[in-house]
Design a protein around this ligand. Structure first.
Ligand code: ADP
Length: 287
């Protein structure tokens, strides 16, 4: 099902985060220009902040699981998954589609469940740390990761001139919805489509050497230099670095972690403002 189609027209996968202060509709006019110029765009979005707000209002505040390696994820039981879907597949996805359609982009909003676009496995057990740093096992979590992307389906939509707007959850082969990390899902999508670029736009200017110092931006990272990037990334940034690595090793030429805010965030990221991940140094310089 996962086919690599490198002869496609220029394809960009853009993932916009769902952190506080990020408005995915800030990307609307730039996406419209790209699509009009013949670039195929797949937009992937999150919705974490809005989900936290709704979960709190519904009396089911978000619980975060921290793995022994420091990766953070949302504890996803069935009720949490339902709230997650209300925000990701409902409020945010439809707002993004509405805003793109308002500027003439033939956007179609789909979750990874729909048509089984993102298929993956559920984690049977998650090792997590409690507040005292002791390890415990979570067994009933509805989370996992994307293992297969239906590139043929996405290409068929795009060859009709339509722009897919994708969001978690994904689905297991036996039909169970799973919460997946949207950065890594975007990386798998870029790889499956043979995309030239993956942009991971968030509420930070890029990967910071010291996450508390906005002036410590790491401008470029190559595959050989990934260790420094891995060490710098804390908490949820770890998934972005992992996503960048997964995209590069699957053949995507260039990944940029950049800001989703301000004027022309897409053009700025494409021009190298942010952290540019490439296979080798020459590529980073020539980009
Ligand atoms: P989004 O929801 O937009 O995908 P996340 O909240 O998942 O973004 O990840 C971005 C966050 O990662 C930042 O807001 C920041 O708090 C955190 N972070 C941790 N380490 C770093 C780092 N080294 N550089 C930049 N941000 C970092």
């Amino acid at each position: 099902m996962t086919t690599n189609t490198p002869n496609n027209p220029h394809t960009i996968v853009i993932k916009v985060g769902g952190g506080e202060g990020i408005d995915p509709t800030n990307l609307t006019s730039e996406i419209s220009e790209l699509v009009r110029s013949g670039v195929r765009v797949v937009l992937v979005h999150g919705g974490s902040h809005e989900t936290n707000v709704l979960a709190e209002a519904l009396g089911r505040p978000t619980q975060t699981i921290t793995s022994p390696g420091g990766h953070q994820s949302r504890r996803t039981d069935r009720a949490t998954l339902e709230i997650f879907e209300m925000v990701y597949c409902g409020k945010v996805n439809k707002a993004v589609v509405e805003s793109l359609r308002a500027v003439g982009v033939d956007a179609i909003g789909l979750s990874g469940i729909d048509a089984g676009i993102w298929t993956g496995s559920r984690k049977s057990a998650i090792r997590a740390l409690d507040e005292e740093g002791r390890t415990f096992i979570v067994r009933d979590d509805l989370s996992g990761r994307v293992e297969s992307v239906d590139a043929d389906f996405l290409n068929s939509i795009m060859s009709m001139g339509r722009t897919p707007v994708l969001t978690p959850p994904a689905i297991t082969p036996d039909g169970i919805a799973i919460n997946v990390d949207a950065d890594r899902a975007a990386a798998a999508t870029a790889a499956a489509l043979g995309a030239d670029e993956l942009l991971l736009l968030s509420n930070v200017p890029g990967l910071l050497l010291d996450h508390t110092d906005a002036g410590s931006l790491i401008e470029s990272v190559t595959l050989e230099g990934l260790e420094i990037a891995r060490e710098a990334a804390k908490g949820r940034m770890k998934n972005k670095v992992l996503a960048a690595e997964e995209a590069l090793t699957s053949g995507v030429n260039r990944v940029v972690i950049g800001s989703a805010g301000g004027e022309q965030p897409i053009a700025r990221a494409r021009a190298g403002r942010g952290t540019v991940f490439t296979q080798s140094t020459t590529q980073a310089v020539n980009a």
